[in-house]
Write a protein that binds this ligand. Structure first.
Ligand code: DOR
Ligand code: ZN
Length: 336
């Protein structure tokens, strides 16, 4: 049994830099035609020069694989129209992090006063730049995304022409915004479709399932599954694959982030097959994203075969999701 995907896209990906980039990029570049690349490097990407140089490093390390890195800029309320106009040729989205909410986000937004943010949001609306958002407050950990809903609503109603992507949604109470506002879209990860807080800490603590936003309740997971399995037209797959070295995940003070890139497509096939929804996978992993972002990725056929795949215990110095487990599907790349 086979599934052939036409130009799959990962609409939320962390590739890091240096040796880590060199190690991890192949897992995405082999099985995807393109990906939205997150800008939370140290320091974060805030200039066109840095973005161009980073894109070149990604392509160099991808070693000739057909893969388009769609770059993003780290949001600052100080950007002016002219800068964003120039940036538009090099980036697809501007990624907004609340300050200090996750890895390398200290330089993010401290104050969500719309008057302070108006200039950038108006410029982005006019230029057609997507606003990509990590939507969490610093409140109670299971309610952080829900507490950000007011901010999403405020932005969506104040800037009706701004395309807003709620990244890696995890909470049923933010999912409702998709129906409420024409200009709100979302990405969904693999891990939030598979796990709940019980898997993370209901038995022994699983540091490799620790990410931000944290995995949530069974009800939340069910709502996300419904969106993904039905390939809701405003929802795209974004892995949020976020590698950290093994020693930063197996220690006191565990880094947030799940390295899912080596397993995402096989695991999605398994899930979609289980619910009889394999026909919807193409939309979830590519077609919806092409429409929402108005992109034409390189043509690349990715074949998934129903054949046992033993996930490696370690990829370089990073432990992948499902390490050592057997999955039912494996990835092989066809010609494009
Ligand atoms: O778990 C996460 N890891 N969530 C994020 O928002 C950032 C990411 C990272 O960069 O490690
Ligand atoms: Zn992320």
């Amino acid at each position: 049994m086979k599934v052939v995907l036409d130009s799959p896209l990962d609409m939320h990906l962390h590739l890091r830099d240096g040796d880590m980039l060199k190690n991890v990029v192949k897992y995405s570049a082999e099985c995807f035609a393109g990906a939205i690349i997150m800008p939370n490097l140290t320091p974060p990407l805030t200039t066109i020069k840095e973005i161009k140089a980073y894109k070149k490093r990604i392509l160099d390390f991808a070693g000739g694989l057909e893969f388009e890195p769609y770059m993003t800029l780290f949001f600052k309320d100080s950007y002016d129209y002219d800068f964003l106009k120039e940036a538009k040729s090099f980036v697809k989205a501007v990624k907004l992090y609340p300050s200090g909410i996750t890895t390398n986000s200290e330089g993010g937004v401290k104050n969500f006063d719309m008057d302070k943010l108006r200039g950038v949001f108006e410029a982005m609306s006019e230029l057609g730049l997507v606003l990509s958002v990590h939507g969490e407050t610093d409140g109670f950990v299971l309610d952080r995304e829900k507490e950000f809903v007011d901010i999403y609503e405020n932005i969506a109603t104040s800037f009706k022409d701004l395309k807003i992507v709620m990244e890696h949604i995890t909470d049923r109470r933010s999912a409702v915004l998709l129906e409420k506002y024409d200009n709100i879209y979302a990405t969904v990860t693999l891990h939030h479709l598979l796990y709940t807080v019980n898997d993370l800490l209901g038995g022994s603590l699983k540091p490799h399932l620790f990410c931000k936003p944290i995995v949530k309740t069974p009800e939340d997971k069910d709502v996300l599954r419904e969106l993904a399995l039905e390939a809701h037209p405003k929802v795209m797959f974004g892995s949020d694959s976020a590698p950290h070295p093994k020693e930063k995940k197996e220690c006191n003070g565990v880094a947030a982030g799940i390295f899912s890139a080596p397993v995402v497509l096989p695991a999605l096939c398994e899930l979609f097959e289980k619910y009889g929804k394999l026909d919807n996978l193409q939309k979830f992993v590519s077609d919806n994203a092409k429409k929402i972002y108005d992109i034409q990725p390189p043509k690349k056929e990715v074949v998934l075969e129903k054949d046992e795949f033993l996930v490696p215990n370690i990829c370089g110095n990073v432990v992948p999701l499902c390490a050592g487990e057997k999955l039912l599907w494996r990835c092989s790349v066809g010609s494009g």
